[in-house]
Structures are given as structure tokens and as C-alpha cells.
Design a binder for this molecule. Sequence first.
Ligand SMILES: [Zn+2]
Length: 216
Amino acid sequence: MKSRVIILGPPGAGKGTCASRVSDIAGIPHISTGDLLREAVRERAPLGIRAKGHMDAGELVPDELVVGMLRERLARPDCQKGFILDGFPRTLAQAKALGGIAAVDLAINMVVPADIIVKRLSTRLVCSKCGAVYNTRTLPPKKAGICDKCGGKLYQREDDRPEAVRRRLEEYKKKTKPLIGYYREKRILVNIKTKSIGEPPEANVRRVLAAMGIKG
Ligand SMILES: [Zn+2]
């Protein structure tokens, strides 16, 4: 079984949802670098304090800090059976850094046609108060425009408008091309294709489990 997994894919591909369901079924931790970073900042861990300094200055958090957090996380006992990593690596340099701290035996590349992503993100709404995410098509709030959890107003992020999404997808493609080539050369890359907008997330979950060698 291949259980040290990374999951790559453009914004709006559904990486987080897919990783979290695979994690439940396969019994391996879902590690999101976004969550790790927020947790380290909240707990005032040494690396978190340094990361916050960069974030407060409006800068990207340097790779070495993220890699440091990952090294600590991957050393915890629950990762002995494997892990599914979401949000990292995003560049070739990060992939090489990851290779220095952990063996990866499967790189899932979520391939989703641009039109599907544009459509999917165009119906996404975010709570202005607590950040909860909704989708008027697939995950509507109970009351239109209002957050179920906190009553905050929902809005569409600038980033989720069609022109912005197309721009983000172009950037993503450029940045990740070498990364995808890197894992293809290592012969651990598996493309998982979303075929239609109506496809339930379970379809991709099954494809990932099959690539891991687990019967879904
Ligand atoms: Zn809310």
C-alpha cells in the first residue's frame, strides 16, 4: 500500500475535501500546511512566532519555516503509517525540501478542466465574520446570504470571480509544471481527472484510494 501521499491540484480542485475523506477511510492523518501554520501561530510555537512576523509584514512565509513545521509534524507517531499532505509542495524547491525530510510514494495530481473550476468557484461564498465557506449550488446556507454558524454576512471573494480564477489557474500551471515533471520522473505521479461538474467528491476519493492500493 502506498500511504505517504501528497495531493497536488489547482485552486478549487477540491484537494482539502478529498484529502480529508481519504484520511478518514485510510486511517492516516490529513496534514494541511495552512492548518499547521495557523496552529503554530495560535500556540505561539517558536516557528509560529517567526511565521507570524512575516505574515504581519505582508510577506510569504519562507519555505524553511514551513518545512520546519512539517518536519516536526511528520515526526509524530500518527504519521508512522503514512500521511496525506495537502497544500505542499507548491514549487519544485519545496518538493526537493520535502524529499529531504520524508519519503513520498504517491503524488496525486488532481486534473480539473478550467471551466469546471470557474463555475464551481463562482458559486462559492465566504462568511465575513468567521470565514466559513459555502456554495450556493452544493452547500447552501440555511438562510440565503447569512452564515449558519455565526449569523455573519456571506460574500464572494474577489479571487473567486471568473477573470481572477482564470488568472490564478494560469499562474498555477506555470508554477507547478516543473513540480509535476519532477514527480513524473520519479514515477510516482498519478493523474486523477474530474470529468464533470456534477460529479460527487466520492468519485475522486475512490480514484485516490485505488491509486494507494486500497479497495474503496
Ligand atoms: Zn460565520
